[in-house]
Design a protein around this ligand. Structure first.
Ligand SMILES: [Zn+2]
Length: 318
């Protein structure tokens, strides 16, 4: 039997799971849509039932699953295995996710923030291994961030439950409303949710429905000026945030992932202009900005690595 773990990526609308072996191979995947009823129990049932299905697949494929790692969108206390708060999964507030799932599937469970899982995945299997110190940014439904220092994902002060939340750093004081309640966060400009809200608020495409970043990307490919302008706005906001982060931290490399990053070609010039304008101490020609080569598997692989680290005793949750 092959020694494996399950990696999961739990967002506001979907959860994805993968059986992964120690050689970084993804053996099988499963995706579910999450229904939000407001009940923590309903949320857990959906996750447990998906995991049971994945465990059945594992048995059929002769895989010995030894632990589960989950990256979850939100503020997560990885040491204690608790989701403190998640704007996109509000029913999970203060939920002891690791313990509750462990008692149902009878297997050790480790959890972390989904952007931290992205960082672990990049370090383990992607371009994150090329650099010692770098900033990870995921442009998805929201904007996630992770900080890798000396090859390790930095999880913030002990028990604080977040680190490198670049999506909720301010790029325009008094700017657009963010779902977190503040004004002018990067997420309001450069996430899929933020961009779609801009489109709806200003009725930018009165003749058609544009409700995903993929549709917007396809419009940009046809040369649609409105789509190009929206990616330029996103790129500029991203550049301001990265300029501040690089100047603050003394790092100069970033890996960008998430669905919106497929439009990187349309964002990059504006990002670089903003870096040139706002970055101190660094020149543009020493900066490295890369898009993730792992695509949407980065967070799944990273969650699997979280489980492997947990088994090896190198994760603080024993
Ligand atoms: Zn915010």
């Amino acid at each position: 039997m092959k020694r494996t773990v399950i990696g999961g990526d739990i967002g506001g609308t979907h959860a994805r799971f993968a059986i992964v072996d120690e050689a970084k191979n993804i053996i099988s995947t499963e995706k579910i849509r999450i229904r939000h009823t407001g009940s923590a129990q309903d949320f857990l049932e959906q996750i447990v039932s998906a995991l049971e299905k994945v465990l059945n697949t594992a048995r059929a494929r002769d895989c010995d699953v030894q632990a589960i790692g989950l990256g979850i969108a939100g503020k997560v206390d990885s040491e204690r295995g608790i989701v403190i708060f998640s704007p996109n999964i509000p029913e999970a507030r203060n939920l002891t996710v690791a313990e509750k799932i462990c008692s149902r599937v009878n297997m050790r469970v480790f959890i972390d923030n989904d952007a931290n899982a992205f960082g672990r995945g990049e370090v383990w299997a992607g371009d994150g291994a090329l650099f010692k110190d770098w900033l990870g940014i995921t442009l998805g439904t929201g904007v996630g961030g992770c900080l890798v220092l000396s090859g390790k994902v930095w999880t913030g002060e002990e028990g604080i439950g977040f680190a490198a939340e670049i999506g909720h750093t301010t790029v325009y004081p008094g700017g657009l409303q963010c779902l977190c309640g503040k004004l002018g966060c990067l997420e309001a400009y450069a996430s899929e949710g933020g961009i779609i809200r801009m489109i709806q608020r200003q009725n930018i495409f009165p003749e058609k429905q544009v409700s995903t970043s993929r549709q917007l990307y396809e419009l940009a490919l046809t040369g649609d000026e409105r789509a190009l302008e929206l990616f330029k706005i996103a790129g500029k906001a991203l550049g301001v945030a990265i300029a501040n982060a690089f100047t603050l931290l003394g790092i100069r490399k970033a890996i960008i992932g998430g669905g919106v990053s497929r439009a990187w070609v349309f964002m990059e010039p504006a990002t670089k202009d903003a870096l040139r304008e706002h970055m101190s101490m660094l020149d543009l020609d020493e900066i490295i900005l890369k898009t993730s080569t792992l695509g949407d598997t980065a967070a799944l692989l990273g969650a699997a690595k979280l489980a492997l680290d947990g088994l090896a005793g190198t994760h603080p949750r024993k």
